[in-house]
Ligand binder design. Structure first.
Ligand code: HEM
Length: 239
């Protein structure tokens, strides 16, 4: 795949990944969102859904590109999709902080315009105890926050210069945490739905298939590649 083709595909991918965000903005600016029974709940669920879909999509790239050497270039799109998963997860967190938890955003924006930026902190002081209380008491918030912190660490360390600085092997080890983040996000989903609701089963099924594919690949690789440490030990014993 030529460099030019990759650039074009990446540009298309940016557009594709931004469509949900553009749709949400349009939904809000057209006034349609306000007609929804619970707009804040709608945005929370919308951003949460897209964060998990893109996270799973980024994980799916690894086994997909192994299907044929012809599509090995897919790996060059993984970082982009992962960063968009983080983008929607951060929007989701921002929705929780600024809309869900009672942060009075219209008042704050009005006060900033009137030249009173201090309201940003004052309002934060009002909602902070509620957020902390949620974080301490609600396990679905704890596991969601855990997933987001991992995604943050992966996003910050994703540039190539950081990979070079910490070394390819260490970088790979760190970035395997994406599976932990996906697992935590799925648990977050199960823990927030009411007992008996089975909505998260689809994302759970997708993650299970991806984890099994990963396990199968690692096992096959180990079986095919002779254990280097064992080979070394045998050689040392012989000499
Ligand atoms: C940063 C910490 C996070 C917080 C505070 C948080 C908070 C929430 C809240 C309050 C809800 C709605 C619960 C309800 O309906 O009562 C929710 C739903 C959801 N969240 Fe999170 N979340 C976080 C992180 C994440 C992450 C990292 C992901 C995915 C990568 C995620 C995916 C979801 C999904 C899929 C839903 C359900 C959407 C649906 O029902 O359609 N959340 N979250």
């Amino acid at each position: 795949m030529s460099r030019r083709a990759i650039i074009t595909i990446k540009a298309l991918l940016h557009v594709l990944c931004l469509i949900p965000f553009a749709w949400l903005l349009h939904f809000y600016t057209s006034g349609a969102l306000a007609l929804n029974a619970d707009p804040v709940n709608y945005i929370t669920h919308f951003t949460g859904d897209w964060a998990i879909y893109l996270l799973l999509a980024s994980l799916a790239i690894t086994p997909l590109r192994r299907l044929s050497p012809k599509i090995a270039w897919l790996i060059r799109l993984r970082r982009l999709v992962g960063l968009y998963a983080f983008f929607y997860a951060t929007l989701h967190l921002a929705t929780y902080i600024f809309l869900f938890s009672g942060y009075d955003l219209p008042t704050v924006l009005g006060s900033i315009r009137a030249g009173h930026p201090g309201v940003i902190v004052a309002e934060w002081k009002v909602v902070w105890p509620n957020i902390l209380d949620d974080l301490l008491k609600r396990r679905f918030i704890q596991v969601g926050f855990f997933a987001w912190v991992i995604l943050l660490a992966l996003a910050v360390t994703s540039p190539a210069f950081i990979m070079r600085a910490i070394g390819g092997k260490n970088w790979q080890r760190l970035h395997r945490l994406v599976y932990v983040a996906a697992g935590a996000a799925v648990i977050h989903f199960w823990w927030l739905v009411k007992t008996g609701v089975r909505t998260p089963w689809k994302v759970t099924a997708v993650l299970t298939v991806l984890l099994l594919a990963r396990l199968a690949y690692t096992t096959l690789k180990r079986l095919r590649t002779p254990d280097q440490s064992r080979t070394l030990t045998t050689q040392t014993t012989k000499s």
